[in-house]
Ligand binder design. Structure first.
Ligand code: SAH
Length: 363
């Protein structure tokens, strides 16, 4: 079957997706044309901001790919004060970002549960309930997720990292803290509690095949996610996976594969929110704009206080670590207009897919 024929199908099989991921030249252009038309039709040429606050790099996990893993001693650990977090949230509110995203390493404790609960109440209060809040603070018990939902968080991003169990076990330690099934259970409970639920994967991991990536997209469709954040895997010198650096696809190819993953997912799930991940910009200076053009509709300007940014290094060459929040905003705004899109201020920019899913559940 030709790429053109596949693109006209109602629904893609795994084989179709593998073929689309391998497309080059005119076929690749056709794929991007189709995904950008779909974005235009279902979402419009729009982008919403989530002000990203990376509030702590303290992590209890030891994922083999990640620069802030517990075992990395070459890293200064930090934890923003509540006041610093609130100040960043206020910056977002005053600059009419519709939402913020609170992200950190993964810790489970009653202290963390209580702290985030308290912060959520304060953030809702300072913004008259107007600022939307996405959480991305890892695996937690269902009652913790429920408590935070009741405190006003309404979206949650928990990347599954890879949906191939074997690959998952190669990039994580083999113990209870890094259990694939638990990650899936967490995603399910987030969805059941009522969060707009987001997941995603890394692209270009050691051992990963196109078949794995196709499986990841099918998982997202079957799971009926509302949001997706996926980006290229970028090696980090102080992590165990660095020993496979020589086996990886060249960075440019990981970048191109990520664009294709975004484009295919946009065609498969027309009305979900898709983030243009910061890691894209680590490879290509206008990487995120390219993603916006072919299907992404969410950008996450970093509003973490500047002095901490250098320490939230998930991977090498993370961009913008010496910028301020104001720099990020004006830079991103210029970039969005480069992609012929428009930033929508003062709106949550909820996933339309979620609204439909909820209405379906009520009907
Ligand atoms: N661990 C937290 C979020 C913090 S890390 C959570 O799961 O909620 C945020 C994301 O960064 C991870 O989910 C992972 O997909 C990505 N990441 C980590 N190391 C990376 C690397 N070396 N290259 C690219 N992305 C990476």
């Amino acid at each position: 079957m030709s790429v053109e024929e596949i693109l006209n199908k109602e629904s893609f099989s795994k084989e179709d997706i593998v073929l689309l991921l391998s497309s080059n030249g005119e076929d690749r252009t056709l794929l991007f044309k189709k995904s950008s038309d779909i974005k235009e039709k279902y979402i419009g040429n729009k982008v919403w901001f989530r002000g990203l606050i990376e509030f702590s790099n303290v992590c209890g996990k030891d994922c083999f790919y990640c620069g802030i893993r517990k075992g990395n001693k070459n890293l200064k650990r930090y934890n923003l004060s509540d006041n610093e977090i609130i100040t960043a949230a206020r910056f977002a509110y005053e600059n009419r970002y519709g939402s913020i995203a609170l992200q950190s390493g993964e810790l489970e404790s009653s202290a963390v549960t209580g702290r985030i609960d308290n912060l959520l109440h304060k953030i809702k209060e300072l913004s008259n309930g107007e600022l939307g809040v996405t959480l991305s603070v890892g695996e937690q018990e269902p009652e913790v997720y429920r408590k935070w939902f009741e405190a006003g968080a309404h979206r949650y991003l928990l990347r599954v990292e890879s949906t191939n169990r074997d690959l998952y076990s190669k990039i994580h330690p083999d113990n209870k803290k890094h259990d694939f099934q638990r990650r899936l259970d967490c995603l399910r409970s987030l969805q059941e509690i009522g969060y707009q639920t987001g997941t995603g994967v890394m692209i270009g991991l050691p051992f990963q095949t196109f078949n794995d990536l196709a499986g990841d997209l099918i998982f997202m469709r079957d799971f009926n996610i509302d949001m997706c954040g996926m980006g290229p895997y970028i090696e980090h010198a102080d992590t165990p996976l660095i020993k496979y650096a020589g086996t990886l696809l060249p960075l440019k190819e990981r970048f191109d594969l990520t664009l294709k993953m975004i484009a295919i997912l946009r065609i498969m799930m027309k009305d979900i929110n898709i983030v243009a991940a910061t890691a894209l910009q680590a490879i290509d200076p206008i990487g995120r704009e390219k993603a916006v053009k072919i299907g992404a509709n969410i950008l996450m300007p970093n509003i973490t206080p500047g002095k901490y940014r250098d320490s939230y290094k998930l991977y090498d060459n993370k961009p913008c670590t010496d910028d301020s929040a104001e720099d990020c905003q004006s830079c991103l705004e210029a970039r969005v207009s480069l992609a012929d899109a428009e930033v929508i201020y003062g709106e949550w920019g909820d996933s339309k897919h979620y609204e439909k899913r909820r209405r379906g559940a009520e009907a």
